[in-house]
Design a binder for this molecule. Structure first.
Ligand code: ATP
Length: 703
């Protein structure tokens, strides 16, 4: 079904937000930080909450804790000075009285609320001294002859995730305009009508109208929880698109070749001999899976899963050694600079003594350095290249890429894997792909996000590791904890102090960490304290991590940039601030930075009171178990929409609307419909992948 008229057939994903009224360059930048670039993005940025301002409530029927619109007459208005100076306005609508309270007010407001004026207000009803009250409600003064109902909204009022400088009102105006355009232009509904009908889901246009402007009487809870048919319609489409993307990756891989990696293994043997440890049985088994795949001549698509500290890196390095010995290049990609640096340090140590050059490519290199590395990669001088997203960029071309190692895959989208796939010199020869993740993958996630991959699990930790002891302590006990940190350092161990904030803003996080550094320096004057956060220059970060590794720093104050991959076996104590705000998987990753040596390690989770039930439950799970699989399962079932927001805002989350855990019951239909579309509707396949997965899907070409 095509919506709109042929005269205005420009698809909404091709129209920039700057064409909307009220969006200049500055606003466009702010919207971009919310992942909003086109009209389609505006429509897919869904409200997370609604208020019902469509009906009037009678004051006599209000109960504390509810939100309501009331229309009433001012009985008395007065400035009262008790604990605080406030403007108190008593209203009555014939059924009862309520007090409005303003702590900040101006003369104009005092005048507006003169006796006999009619006002309509919206706010949360609270129990006040003597009668119900609303504190700082939104209000408007009604003209004497206006109808009480005249100023009511005619749909539920949506609330969107916003950012600094982008108000709710702005987002509402933008969605109003985008919905209007949706009615006039083309946003194709790629799901055959029969499919949506069978699943009892609305068509795309209806679904978008309902989620943005729910008609009065809509089931607000269902909408907020993402269980309303309109919401499910969008989640379903996104899951189908995602599944199609993965299917296409697999289909292309199956029709193409990859280098046959079957060398004598001299290089890998030298590397193995240089290690101070033997591989665990699990590492050996997984390495064998990888070598078998790469020896077959078909492209490998293998996911290596291993809990934190299980030793994935060396498995990847041994695989890389085989590939290099066979004459091909290896690229290794990590999601953060710090993690990439960590791999860089390890790989350089392992390979350079064997005469293999390792290159380094991140977004923050100087132009000349970058140019030189790109050149050395293109000529094949660098046999191994390690980096971040910068490896995906167009101008990076390999002489003969044989293996792409991708660390922490859940942070990369499908489309980024697509981009890397195309880095081989010959388009019919794909590089092998080895994907490593420390996040154990619950079944549902495996069915969607990893549907195209073969999986190997490193299910054994290196010998001698002791489980980390975890305690949760209230923030008020910081003093005691700081003493404990001092004692641990005196006893020869190293400590992490992790500062977290709910905001994704790296600069706020960095500020919080700087403040903590100052406090800790005052309280622990004898100890060497370092600071690392995402705003430091890469070289500074690297230098600090290096000093921590070589024990020149005792205590490392850090933001969550150290979440993945950092490996300092002598660190045996970690303090995590505001632990109640973090998701379980993130806590597990952070905690995995200790317990990597043979010493007994501890992790202290500091929390602010009062604790929400969900927060309490999460901290409890962390205390009870060190098992990444259990934690991942719980994480998925506990993760509420609010928490997902964090990852959504980074723009790296795999899904915009769908949520695993919540939408699992759709998955069987998702795979059936994906098959149907692949068989019979190639244009829908193209369109859906393009709509939901991004630009790179053009690579899917005529599949
Ligand atoms: N078989 C082994 N025996 C002893 N130590 C090992 C073994 N394999 C790896 N290690 C060491 O264990 C530590 C953790 O390894 P590595 O950094 O590869 O873990 P990882 O699986 O990548 O963990 P994370 O996901 O937490 O980063 C490293 O110091 C590594 O040298």
């Amino acid at each position: 079904m095509v919506i709109g008229t042929d005269t205005a057939a420009e698809p909404l994903d091709a129209i920039s937000v700057v064409t909307l009224k009220g969006v200049g360059e500055a606003m466009a930048l702010k919207l971009a930080s919310l992942g909003i670039h086109t009209l389609q993005d505006v429509l897919f940025h869904l409200p997370f909450r609604y208020q019902d301002r469509t009906r009037l409530s009678k004051i006599g029927e209000l109960s504390p804790g509810s939100e309501a619109v009331i229309s009433a007459e001012v009985m008395v208005s007065d400035i009262v000075i008790r604990q605080r100076r406030s403007l108190m306005v008593r209203l009555n609508d014939g059924t009862g009285s309520i007090m409005l309270r303003f702590f900040h007010f101006n003369q104009k407001q005092v005048k507006q609320f003169e006796r006999g004026a009619r006002v309509q207000c919206f706010g949360e009803v609270r129990r006040g001294p003597g009668m119900l009250e609303m504190v700082h409600p939104e209000y408007r003064v009604l003209a004497p002859d206006a109808l009480d109902e005249a100023a009511l909204d005619n749909t539920l009022t949506p609330f969107y995730h916003a950012t600094e400088g982008v108000q709710q009102a702005t987002l509402r105006k933008l969605t109003d305009q985008a919905l209007k355009q949706l009615d006039q232009r083309l946003l194709r509904d790629f799901l055959p009508a029969s499919v949506a009908g069978n699943l009892a889901l609305p068509d795309l246009r209806t679904a978008l109208h309902v989620v943005h402007r729910p008609p009065p009487g809509s089931d607000v809870n269902a909408l907020m929880e993402g269980l309303h048919p309109a919401h499910r319609r969008l989640a379903f489409e996104e899951l189908v698109a995602h599944r199609l993307g993965l299917r296409l990756l697999r289909v292309t891989a199956e029709t193409q070749h990859a280098p046959k990696i079957r060398p004598p293994g001299v290089l890998a043997k030298s590397l193995r001999d240089s290690l101070a440890f033997n591989l665990t049985g699990a590492q050996d088994r997984v390495l064998l899976d990888v070598l078998n795949d790469m020896g077959s001549g078909d492209p490998m698509l293998r996911l290596v899963q291993g809990d934190v500290g299980s030793g994935k890196t060396i498995v990847a390095a041994l695989a890389a050694a085989q590939v290099v010995e066979c004459g091909y290049q290896v690229a290794m990609m990590a999601p953060t600079e710090i993690l990439a640096e960590q791999h860089m340090l390890n790989f350089s140590e392992w390979f350079e003594s064997l005469g293999i050059e390792v290159g380094w490519l991140t977004g923050k290199l100087r132009v000349a350095q970058r140019r030189a590395t790109i050149e050395a990669v293109a000529t094949g001088q660098k046999r191994i290249v390690i980096g971040t997203h910068a490896l995906f960029q167009k101008d990076v071309q390999f002489q003969n890429l044989g293996l792409a190692i991708i660390d922490e895959q859940h942070r990369f989208g499908v489309h980024q894997r697509m981009a890397l796939r195309n880095k081989g010199a010959d388009e019919n020869v794909l590089p092998h792909q080895l994907i490593m993740t420390a996040t154990p993958i619950p079944r549902t996630l495996a069915m969607t996000a990893y549907a195209d991959l073969d999986v190997s699990v490193i299910d054994e930790l290196p010998p001698g590791r002791k489980p980390v002891t975890t305690v949760a302590l209230e923030n008020g006990r910081r003093g005691e904890i700081i003493e404990r940190v001092g004692a641990a350092i005196d006893a020869g161990s190293q400590v992490y102090w992790v500062c977290t904030l709910i905001e994704e803003s790296e600069s706020l996080q960095a500020e919080a960490a700087e403040d903590t550094l100052v406090t800790l320096q005052e309280l622990l004057p004898r100890h060497r304290i370092g600071l690392v956060h995402g705003r430091l220059k890469p070289r500074e970060k690297e230098a600090i991590m290096q000093s921590f590794k070589s024990r020149e720093i005792d205590l490392l104050v850090a933001t969550t940039v150290i979440e993945v991959g950092v490996d300092v076996p002598n660190a045996s104590l970690m303090i995590i601030e505001n632990a109640e705000r973090l998701g379980l998987s993130q806590l597990h990753q952070l905690r995995g930075r200790v317990g990597r040596g043979s010493a007994q390690s501890s992790c202290i989770l500091l929390y602010q009171t009062p604790l929400s039930n969900n927060g309490r439950e999460r901290l409890g799970i962390m205390r009870e178990t060190n098992d990444g699989f259990i934690i991942a399962e719980k994480d998925l079932s506990l993760r509420g929409a609010g928490e997902v927001l964090g990852t959504r805002q980074t723009g790296l989350a795999e899904f915009r609307i769908a949520e695993l855990g919540r939408d699992d019951d759709l998955l069987d239909d998702v795979s059936e419909i994906a098959d149907l579309l692949l068989d019979a509707h190639p244009e829908a396949v193209q369109g859906l992948v393009r709509r939901w997965i991004g630009e790179e899907k053009k690579d899917y070409g005529g599949v």
